[in-house]
Design a protein around this ligand. Sequence first.
Ligand code: ADP
Ligand code: ASP
Ligand code: MG
Length: 417
Amino acid sequence: MLAPTIVAMSLSDSHDASSSAARRPIVVQKYGGSSVADVERLGRVADRIVAARRAGNDVVAVVSAMGKTTDQLLALAREVTLTAEPPRRELDMLVSTGERVAMSLLSIAIQARGVEAISFTGSQSGIITNDRHFDARILEVRPHRIEDELVRGKVVIVAGYQGMSYRREITTLGRGGSDTTAVALAAALSADRCEIYSDVDGVYSADPRVVADARHLPEISVDMLQEMAHAGAKVLNAHAVEWARRAGIAIHARSTFDAVSERPKETVVRATPTTESMARAVSCDRQVAWLEVRGADAEARALAVLEEAGLPVLAFDASGDGARAILSLISAPDWKGTRDKLRVVGEVRDDVAFVSVVGPAIASEASSVAAFRRALASIRPVVTTLSPLRLSALVAAAEAESAQRALHDALVCAPVV
Ligand code: ADP
Ligand code: ASP
Ligand code: MG
């Protein structure tokens, strides 16, 4: 397999607001599904892009499918599937259309405002991936067509979440993958700024929809955010954060719905930690399942099913006469088919959620572990796991929100010292 490479990557935090005298500053902006959920919102995004272009920037805008389009397309695929799981290649052909609709409408809306624009698919943008369908990884970015159009003065709109494999097949980058498109393009273009716009004005110490007193974090370290993203905080995709780390890019996370301003409220994601960027935060992943099997034979059969389905394993423990695993379901196009196979060999629960507190060295402090267990005592987790930057517990799905609030109160608002 080809090793992942980053073409023309030279960004670092220190380049963040700089630009060479010879060319206009390049700004890569990404707009998520909620930002373009309907025609009115799409028009407001077009206004924003036009403002950035008229301010003298070269603008590349990466766009997601409108609203819940991706979910709706996947639901259609499930309706016509007779076998256990829809073929992943065809799923990629299907879901990649969502971003094509959004990119072309956005380009039309920008041109209607008197600014030249052109839209490109992932493959036209030179996003080359491996050959894994539905959760492909970007190997290389060759953005020549984008560069040519920027030189001509056009705004370039790019369909997020998709690429082309080295076998020339259309691929998609896993749910939430438009963030990755944006950061990988920012690296390849040596962009001066990478701005990710969504329905929230940055990263908070917990999901602000769930924890009312979650704190806005003006800065966060790449390490912290990556751990949060792996633990389910979908504010930024974990692979996008990994690209930012490798390319030394600072990501500016902002709200699409705030007025355009010189100093918008935002979170800056940086490699260099500061006191603030080391704060603690709570994350929750609701797309998980719990598997328990008894005996070596059942364990081998269960692992074979997981291997075939390509399901990521978040935690695994084999002790006594059994094995237990926490599975991530985000890249499973048809979890129900896999679940039926697993139920033949063991016990499976998917009415669960994985709640975590992320923080520097958190798992090495006995006081934090004790506070974590106390906070969840009445909720009685199925299992508690830890990794250097994270304390996690699997809880009943119905308890997911109360668990996040309890953990935020105990370990973020009143950190143990
Ligand atoms: P987009 O569609 O623009 O990519 P997402 O829905 O993927 O946006 O991500 C934004 C959502 O992430 C927010 O609406 C918020 O509910 C959720 N979220 C989860 N954890 C956090 C957090 N720690 N800080 C901010 N938002 C968070
Ligand atoms: N539209 C894709 C999804 O819903 C990609 C994205 O939104 O980033 O996952
Ligand atoms: Mg997203």
